[in-house]
Design a protein around this ligand. Structure first.
Ligand code: ATP
Length: 305
């Protein structure tokens, strides 16, 4: 019999998962799983819960929550020799990872994806000692994702990020940075840099329109120094995926990236605070097997078989 461990965040998004838990367990049992669950208690707890699931040799770990919870579960799995397959039930405010993999937001439908039993190997990012699933980066605006209070997200959802973004705009400053990527070098003043694995970030579904989830490459974006008006213009282009040819932006693919700066620059990793520069990024090629709706994925050119 296969065993599945659900690791869920009871506080994520609009706090809806708890009500469905009994149905989810029953559904998995009917599909032939022996299923059990762990409710996370706070920051970092999903990392430990995932490590325990590895020790206990579960076949499948199911992360139910937002990107923060999935990130923690992946951090618990990434360094292990034996890595259970990963299922995702997206119940957060932002569910970029699930969106990139076409995993439905409906709880029942997301469980169906796991039961259908199709997985694909997905790339995972490493920044210094931490792992990420969507995006990492640095620069003042990237602080936006963790400056939005969780209660505001519960009430307003995505809108909370936009409001905070507008509030932060006037305080964005350029900073000197040196970025090495696959043997190339950029030196100069930047507004921000982003290292993305998937195409979708915080509602910007076309931020990296050509990214593949399993090609072993990051999409690296470096936004050079601009004035505020230019910055807003490029951000609005980014909403439509039309920023990639803008002369203010370096948009490229890379497997290994090193960033440093003479000034203090904060890092962001999957929407959380990630320490300060310097940072070194590597792409772990096809590191985790994730349950996906395979037919929908196959129709996209993002999957390299
Ligand atoms: N019981 C808990 N109480 C408070 N916070 C928790 C608890 N369990 C986990 N957390 C924290 O909540 C963080 C965010 O959760 P998660 O990503 O699941 O949902 P979200 O905040 O609604 O969505 P998103 O991060 O996608 O915007 C996690 O990284 C974790 O540190």
């Amino acid at each position: 019999m296969k065993r599945a461990r659900i690791i869920y965040n009871p506080t994520s998004g609009r706090e809806i998962f708890k009500r469905s838990l009994a149905d989810v367990l029953m559904k998995l049992e009917k599909a032939g799983y022996e299923a059990s669950c762990h409710a996370t208690t706070g920051e970092g707890d999903a990392i430990e819960a995932a490590k325990i699931a590895v020790e206990r040799e579960y076949d499948v770990v199911i992360a139910a929550g937002g990107d923060g919870t999935i990130n923690e579960v992946v951090n618990g799995l990434a360094e292990q020799k034996y890595r259970p397959k990963l299922g995702v039930i997206p119940t957060g405010t932002t569910n970029d990872f699930a969106r990139a993999l076409h995993i439905p937001r409906d709880i029942d439908a997301a469980v169906d994806v796991i039961i259908q039993n199709d997985t694909i190997p997905v790339d995972i990012g490493r920044m210094n000692d931490h792992y990420f699933i969507n995006i990492a980066g640095g620069g003042r605006l990237t602080e936006l994702t963790y400056e939005v209070p969780s209660r505001l997200k519960t009430v307003l959802g995505q809108l909370a990020y936009y409001l905070k973004g507008i509030e932060m705009l006037p305080s964005i400053r350029a900073a000197e940075a040196t970025i090495e990527y696959d043997g190339k070098l950029f030196e100069g003043e930047i507004m921000l840099f982003l290292v993305g694995l998937t195409n979708s970030v915080g509602g910007f579904e076309k931020l990296a329109p050509d990214s593949s989830i399993n090609d072993g490459l990051f999409t690296l974006m470096i936004l050079k120094k601009t004035n505020l008006a230019e910055f807003i213009r490029i951000a609005s282009l980014a909403l439509r995926g039309e920023h990639i040819n803008d002369p203010n932006l370096i948009y490229t693919k890379a497997n290994h990236i090193k960033v440093k700066s003479p000034v203090k620059m904060q890092l962001n990793i999957d929407g959380e605070y990630g320490g300060l520069l310097p940072a070194e990024f590597s792409n772990l090629y096809r590191h985790l097997d994730v349950f996906v709706p395979i037919d929908q994925i196959r129709d996209q050119d993002k999957l390299i078989e």
